[in-house]
Design a protein. Sequence first.
Length: 141
Amino acid sequence: MSATVAPQPNPYLRLVRASAVYDLVVTAGFATPWTFAILHAALNGLGAATGLGTLPELDYMQVLYANLMGSVVVVWSLLRLTAPLRLHGLLDGVARALFSTWMAYALTQGAPDLLWGFLIVEVAWGAAQLAPWLGRRFRNR
């Protein structure tokens, strides 16, 4: 008589899901003009309280771009959360490399130091999701 063994969840797919949860928590506030106004005020307060700098006053174009980014990231997060694939981890890692590049560029242009916290987390998630793709064994599975 053989025992039935439940399949073990793929650790890489758990990582893909975890990054999706992080993205949902961090970017959901960017998805609507109303939630972005609240988030902007909260980040300003945090930046002022910690001495990391405040954000510029909101204008309609900043709100539009924040809402577009927030909406896309929320949908992308839901896909990775509900139907994760290894390919999603690769693509998310590439997207995080791009986001990190633009955050680093913004910091060189005078963006508030508050952005450093986001940059560090983006780099960490990106490295975690891209590292396995550098090994032959993972790619050839």
